[in-house]
Design a protein around this ligand. Structure first.
Ligand SMILES: NC(=O)c1ccc[n+]([C@@H]2O[C@H](COP(=O)([O-])OP(=O)(O)OC[C@H]3O[C@@H](n4cnc5c(N)ncnc54)[C@H](OP(=O)(O)O)[C@@H]3O)[C@@H](O)[C@H]2O)c1
Length: 256
C-alpha cells in the first residue's frame, strides 16, 4: 500500500509542530512548512524519529508564489498528497481603533489567503487520493474582543471559507473541516498574555496564573491536545466529518 502524505503549515512551533509529529504515526511522509529553517529541521528530525519520512520547506506563505512551490516540491518528492493541514497564523493582535490597513492586510495574507491558496494548489492531488483539508480558526471567531479585532475577523472568515471548500469537496471527494482551538500554551499565546496582562494591570506571571480561572477553564491546552484532534479528523474514523467547525477549548466557550 502506498504511504500517505500530509502537508502541515506552521510546523516550526506550537500547534503545527505538535501536529506534524503526531501525524507521523499515521502518515508515511509529513511535509513541514514555515519560515524558520532551523526550527523546521528540528521538527523534521522529530517527525522522522516518530516513524515517517519528512521534507522541510521554508517559505513565507504570505507570498502568492509560495503555495504552488510547496505543492510542487511535495509532488516531486512523494508523488501524492493526502492531507493539507493549515495551521500557520500570525494575525496582528491590535485594537480595532489602532489597527492599520497594512496590519489588516497582513493578517488576511497569511492565515486566510496563504491557506486558501495551498488548498487550491493541492486540490487536484487531493481529489486523486480522496484526501482532506483542515483550516485552523480559533475561539475568537465566536467571541470578538476590541483588542484583537483582526484575529476574530480572520478566524470567522476561515470558518466560512472552510464551509465553502467543504461544499465543493463533497462533489470532488475531498473532505474539508475547520478547527477552533481555545487557549493553547504556545509562543503565540504567551504574546497574547503579555497584552492581556497590560490591559488588566497585572504582571505577565500573574496573568498567566489567573487567566484559566477567569476564562472558566481548569488548564491551558497543550499543542498535543489539538494535534490529537487533527489526527482524528484525518483518520478513517473521521470519514463522515465534513464541513464541521470543531472547537477544542477546555470548555472556554460557554454558549452553544
Ligand atoms: N495558541 C492558541 O491559544 C491559539 C488559539 C486559537 C487559535 N490558534 C491558531 O492556531 C494556529 C497556530 O497557533 P500557535 O499558537 O501554535 O502559534 P505559534 O506558536 O506562534 O506558531 C505559528 C506558526 O506559524 C508560522 N508562521 C508565521 N508566519 C508565517 C509565514 N508568513 N509563513 C509561513 N509560516 C508562518 C510560524 O513559523 P515561522 O515563524 O517559522 O514562520 C509558526 O510555525 C494559528 O493559526 C493560531 O491563530 C492558536
Amino acid at each position: 500500500m502506498e504511504k500517505k502524505v500530509a502537508i502541515v503549515t506552521g510546523a516550526s512551533r506550537g500547534i503545527g509542530r505538535a501536529t506534524a509529529i503526531r501525524l507521523a504515526q499515521n502518515f508515511g511522509a509529513v511535509i513541514v512548512v514555515a519560515r524558520n529553517a532551523d526550527l523546521l529541521k528540528s521538527t523534521a528530525q522529530d517527525v522522522k524519529a516518530a516513524g515517517a519520512q519528512a521534507l522541510d520547506i521554508d517559505a513565507d506563505l504570505r507570498e502568492p508564489a509560495a503555495a504552488g512551490l510547496v505543492v510542487q516540491k511535495t509532488l516531486d518528492k512523494f508523488g501524492r498528497i493526502d492531507a493539507v493541514v493549515n495551521i500557520a497564523g500570525a494575525v496582528p493582535q491590535v485594537d480595532v481603533l489602532q489597527m492599520t490597513d497594512e496590519q489588516w492586510d497582513d493578517g488576511f495574507a497569511l492565515k486566510l489567503h496563504g491557506a486558501r491558496r495551498l488548498a487550491i494548489h493541492a486540490w487536484d492531488a487531493l481529489k486523486a487520493t480522496r484526501g482532506s483539508v483542515i483550516f485552523t480558526s480559533g475561539n475568537s471567531a465566536q467571541a470578538p474582543k476590541s483588542g484583537f479585532a483582526a484575529v476574530a475577523t480572520v478566524n470567522a472568515a476561515i470558518v466560512a471559507m472552510a464551509k465553502a471548500f467543504a461544499d465543493r469537496g463533497i462533489g470532488d471527494g475531498v473532505r474539508v473541516n475547520s478547527v477552533l482551538p481555545g487557549p493553547v500554551m504556545t509562543d503565540r499565546r504567551r504574546s497574547y498574555m503579555e497584552k492581556y496582562a497590560a490591559a488588566h494591570a497585572m504582571t505577565v506571571d500573574e496573568a498567566l496564573e489567573k487567566f484559566p480561572d477567569q476564562a472558566g477553564i481548569t488548564r491551558y491546552g497543550k499543542p498535543e491536545d489539538i494535534a490529537e484532534l487533527m489526527a482524528f479528523i484525518l483518520s478513517p474514523a473521521g470519514e463522515w466529518l465534513i464541513g464541521a467547525a470543531l472547537r477544542m477549548d477546555g470548555g472556554e466557550v460557554k454558549g452553544l
